[in-house]
Design a protein around this ligand. Structure first.
Ligand SMILES: Nc1ncnc2c1ncn2[C@@H]1O[C@H](COP(=O)(O)OP(=O)(O)OP(=O)(O)O)[C@@H](O)[C@H]1O
Ligand SMILES: [Mg+2]
Length: 335
């Protein structure tokens, strides 16, 4: 029976997002924790752990247990999930809510089972899993329950997951190791090489969001970027323009589009022609990269749109199954 505190959860490699029935998105934290290496104790979770990045004493490590779509550390993932989920649903054992959860594409069945048992320990009576590609497509309002082929591209932090879906399931899928983090790294490399200017990941992300693009901005825009001059070792501020950041991102963006092309080539012809007609939908935080849809349309010659609420499509897709199970219940699995 449905309960008021049933939840939908996107267990992402960089962020965990939780939706609660009737309330909407109630929780969003980085999938990170901080460990004391001497005692092996966990000392912080989520945003608090993330804030320690780069400024922690040497006995503390910051761990992202789900980096790049694979579970690097199983026990830590479970501990993190238990901590976050029990914090959201509260430990009320008489009302054990239900959950629909999407997990990174690459994880194995045995890992899925352990996650479900971690959810049980966190107070969730029953957890059902939804394929992440299916969740993203549902959240993007794609209609793939019929025999018409649809393509969704989820551009996340650590990778980009792509899928062609029809008849309510995934027909062809692929994942490329280019996500927002790789774009940030490309900006760091570019500024170091061109100006001997070393910037941190956070600054690179701001530069990407403010100046970055998959097409050139016209007119170009500029931003003052502060980093460390590698020759003098001193802080230095430089005025960087959007054409430079476009150049820095070009190779990664091209690799991403090439990955899409390869997947379309692997798609059975009847669905490939549906995609040429119906186009591609972009989801994930990276879908907001300036001009990405335009660049894809230009190179691949197929229509491309950014989904509404692109960065939350995975959790909203899980929420959809939670709220309107009729017609989509068959998409779920219990493992
Ligand atoms: N306006 C923007 N332009 C370009 N990139 C952006 C923009 N806004 C957010 N991003 C990027 O989107 C990425 C985060 O996307 P998203 O929230 O989908 O990732 P995630 O769900 O945490 O990843 P995962 O599913 O791997 O856990 C970050 O790399 C962020 O820098
Ligand atoms: Mg995600």
């Amino acid at each position: 029976m449905a309960q008021a505190n049933d939840i939908a959860i996107d267990l992402g490699t960089s962020n965990i997002v939780i939706y609660m029935k009737g309330k909407g998105i109630v929780f969003r934290e980085p999938s990170a924790l901080a460990i004391d290496r001497n005692t092996q104790n966990i000392i912080a979770f989520g945003a608090e752990a993330n804030r320690m990045t780069g400024r922690v004493p040497s006995n503390i490590s910051i761990i992202r247990p789900l980096a790049q779509g694979t579970m690097i550390d199983f026990d830590l993932t479970n501990a993190m999930l238990r901590y976050f989920v029990s914090g959201v649903v509260g430990r009320r054992f008489l009302s054990r809510p239900r959950a629909v959860m999407s997990v990174p594409v690459g994880i194995k069945d045995i890992e899925k089972k352990a996650l479900i048992s971690a959810m049980f320990d966190a107070g969730i009576r029953r957890t059902q899993l939804l394929d992440k590609n299916v969740a993203a497509a549902l959240g993007a309002q794609l209609n793939f329950l019929g025999s018409y082929g649809c393509m969704n591209v989820d551009f996340c932090a650590g990778c980009t997951d792509m899928a062609v879906l029809y008849n309510g399931s995934v027909s062809v899928m692929s994942s490329v190791k280019i996500g927002g983090n790789q774009l940030d790294e490309a900006i760091v490399r570019y500024l170091r090489k061109k100006y001997n200017l070393l910037i941190g990941e956070r600054t690179a992300e701001q530069v990407k969001i403010s100046l970055g693009g998959a097409v050139q901005r016209d007119p170009a825009i500029v931003m003052d970027v502060t980093g460390r001059n590698l020759l003098s070792g001193l802080p230095k501020t430089m005025r960087i323009n959007s054409d430079e950041i476009y150049e820095a991102l070009l190779e990664s963006v091209n690799d991403l589009i090439e990955g899409m092309q390869v997947m379309i080539e692997r798609t059975p012809p009847q669905f490939a022609s549906d995609i040429f007609e119906g186009g591609v939908t972009l989801t994930g935080g990276g879908a907001a990269l300036y001009g990405l849809a335009e660049a894809i349309e230009k190179v691949l010659g197929i229509p491309c749109r950014v989904a509404e609420e692109a960065k939350d499509c995975v959790v909203l897709g899980c929420a959809k199954v939670l709220n309107e199970p009729a017609g989509v219940r068959h998409l779920l699995s219990d493992v």
